[in-house]
Design a protein around this ligand. Sequence first.
Ligand SMILES: [Zn+2]
Length: 245
Amino acid sequence: MSWVGRALWMVTSALALAACSAANVQPEFAPTVNFAATPKPTVTPWIGPLPDVQSKVPVTVVTAVGPPDFRCGVEFLASNVHVSASCSFEESENSAVGPMMCHIERDTCEFGRLANVSASGILFFREEPPPFDDEDSLMHPAMVPPLLRLNELLIKEWGGAVQLMVTDAYDSHGDHDLAQPSLNKKYSQHFEGRSIDLVTWPVDVAKYPKLCALAFAAGYDWVHNEVTHCHASIKADTLCGVCKR
Ligand SMILES: [Zn+2]
């Protein structure tokens, strides 16, 4: 691991432990995602340096992006504060986006319905060993439009100096709810791909109040500034049992 990789690991391993966050087999098919609501951006190739750990990820810079719609007037989301789509700072995640319905297991039909956004130009931490190192870019298809929009907003906010990094998305094996020792009883919307953990690269926690606000503006239904990262969730029909309906 390079020094950049080690530095990132040191910072983000703390994130992962505090995190609310992870599959190698490619989805059985590429889920259909409706991007019609997101204006097609003009992209130009990224010419800046990339961290070694992410050097294989193609990166694009988006220009000509419209301004963010700061829903509920939230332009900054302070540390340890969360907000829901109903503009409540009290509403729980379960109330705002619905409870976790199951643990989606790898190599199942539901697993195949997760969207893989690895070629989006966004950075993914991928600190977990194979075959779990693909899980940071796997998520419920409804998570994709706000993630791409957030990437646009972030680039517009900070230019090419700052990039969006996903440290956790779908999780198959229990990196969340660490207080619960039993894997089967662990509880988090990450287990069905409806939550995501976001940081800036380079890591700069001072930017997270704005990053979390931009995530909320991008369309996530519940966003929590967890100090070490922004945790964001979506309200969408669960993939749990979708293959049996
Ligand atoms: Zn989380």
